[in-house]
Design a protein around this ligand. Structure first.
Ligand code: GRF
Length: 206
């Protein structure tokens, strides 16, 4: 049965588009049930609407008065995803740190894509960090989401060589092309139930 996906994003949504393209091309056995965002203006929401996918904007400001605003927000996000019958959550440029309140609603069923070869350069602005460090190789990683930012078990990675004269823009664009291949591929492994987590290690079953 097709993997029932929910996508969380905050920005332009090119990875969402790549996921939808892979579904359309038949290389990813999934359906995107809903796309949710913490930003009403996220271009990714408009992309989803264009392609007939339900979207939800969940305003973080509505939770500011709660005793634990981040957790309360995440429970609301989790409930929206559950209402749409989502089984697996893909973070695609989602600019919020997810709390355990949300992670535990989707145990071993929440993944993220990050534009570096983890565990190197986690967090914001990875491509800038890479260039400022003087690394010669970077890439992208798809990993399960755990409490530590960009720390979860790695599903797959793609290396990208840094060229002389690369800028944040040129490197980001080159990495992004690989992200668009890697993310649907990782999700297809999930759809096929071929990923087995053993501690930090993700085994890909034949
Ligand atoms: C990607 O570089 C992804 O790795 C990072 O955020 C960016 C999202 O891009 N987590 P897009 O919104 O999918 O175009």
């Amino acid at each position: 049965m097709a993997l029932e996906l929910g996508v969380l994003l905050s920005g332009r949504g090119s990875n969402l588009a790549a996921i939808l393209d892979a579904i359309q091309e038949g290389t990813l056995d999934a359906t995107v049930k809903v796309v949710a965002s913490n930003k009403s203006t996220a271009a990714g929401l408009a992309r989803a609407t264009e392609r007939g996918i339900p979207t939800v904007f969940i305003d973080p400001k509505l939770f500011a008065q709660e005793e634990h605003p981040r957790e309360a927000y995440d429970v609301a996000v989790g409930n929206v995803l559950k209402e749409h019958r989502v089984e697996c959550v893909a973070l695609a440029g989602y600019m919020r740190i997810v709390t355990p309140a949300l992670i535990r609603m989707f145990p071993s069923q929440m993944v993220n894509i990050h534009p570096s070869l983890l565990p190197a350069f986690p967090g914001l602005d990875a491509q800038r960090q890479v260039l400022e460090w003087g690394a010669k190789v970077s890439g992208c990683s798809v990993h399960f989401v755990t409490e530590g930012v960009d720390e979860g078990p790695i599903i797959c990675q793609k290396a990208v060589v840094i060229a002389e004269g690369d800028t944040v823009e040129t490197l980001s664009a080159r990495i992004l092309e690989h992200e668009h291949q890697l993310y649907p591929r990782a999700l297809q492994l999930l759809a096929q139930k071929r990923l087995q987590i053993e501690g930090r290690i993700v085994r890909v079953l034949p």
